[in-house]
Design a protein around this ligand. Structure first.
Ligand SMILES: C[S@@+](CC[C@H](N)C(=O)[O-])C[C@H]1O[C@@H](n2cnc3c(N)ncnc32)[C@H](O)[C@@H]1O
Length: 248
């Protein structure tokens, strides 16, 4: 808890993220990963491999735009830096260690930005448009981000309103991705499973609240919360999919 409080104070972030609770979530994700590093390993490796595979179709003379880069555990940062002329990491906040890692690589920048362009005023969800008119962008990857767009927004609302916002944000994100002219890949949670001691799935939930994701090129399980992390009896796991080219 002390480590999380210090991280919250010291992590540079958009003021909006600090006020809204997103920075708290950002710090909590890093702590959850520290507790469950071994269980998350396979998911992170497959995410990195899927991003690289999709990047193979993109022009290396351009810029790779990585959305939801976060702590950059599921992003093949060094390989992207080698491959592309420039890399832009996008998130609401960046840990100091990530900023140092980016600076060392020379062609990587951390760009704090709300990809929904709506978090400040959720009553009217806008259609994101950032970077669409930037001809230097030759590859876009949205990495384990889409189901997170409404995590904080849903918290203080009733279920119906929370789900409406989550679906609208996810659909606007998908529309934005399809409007890029360059190869654009999506790695996303498709389903949340609650699993009991015997390994039986007792409930499944839709993390995108009805937003329809494109067909997957690959699918795997992310053991996001092994038993004991959120409950003594139940584990939570996510079905994750990779779509190599959303805008084909
Ligand atoms: C599950 S994490 C992705 C994992 C991350 N790639 C990593 O390796 O740590 C989701 C990320 O999405 C970011 N995020 C959530 N809402 C966002 C928004 N509106 N704009 C930009 N980033 C956002 C969070 O800050 C978090 O870093």
């Amino acid at each position: 808890m002390l480590r999380e409080a210090i991280d919250w104070l010291l992590t540079p972030s958009l003021p909006l993220a600090r006020r809204s609770g997103h920075l708290g979530e950002f710090v909590a994700i890093a702590a959850r990963r520290r507790r469950n590093a071994a269980a998350w390993d396979g998911h992170e490796a497959r995410s990195r491999a899927a991003v690289l595979r999709a990047a193979g179709a993109a022009d290396p003379a351009g810029t790779a735009l990585i959305l939801g880069a976060g702590h950059v555990n599921d992003v093949p940062l060094e390989a992207l830096s080698d491959r592309f002329r420039a890399v832009i990491l996008v998130d609401l906040a960046f840990a100091r260690v990530t900023r140092r890692r980016a600076r060392r690589l020379g062609n990587v920048v951390c760009h704090p930005h709300d990809v929904t362009e709506s978090l400040g005023a959720l009553a009217e969800i806008r259609q994101p448009a950032a970077w669409l008119d930037d001809p230097s962008v030759s590859f876009v990857a949205s990495v384990n981000l889409i189901s997170q767009l409404a995590t904080v927004a849903s918290r203080h609302r009733d279920d119906t309103e929370g789900e409406r916002i989550a679906r609208a944000l996810a659909e606007a994100h998908l529309r934005w991705l399809t409007r890029f002219a360059c190869p654009t890949c999506l790695i996303a949670d498709r389903e949340v499973e609650i699993v009991d001691r015997d390994g039986t799935v007792t409930a499944t939930l839709d993390p995108n609240k009805g937003a329809r994701l494109p067909d997957a090129d690959e699918e795997w399980i992310w053991d996001i919360a092994p038993r004991g992390e959120v409950d003594r009896r139940f584990a939570v796991r996510h079905k994750v999919i990779a779509i190599d080219r959303v805008n084909r």
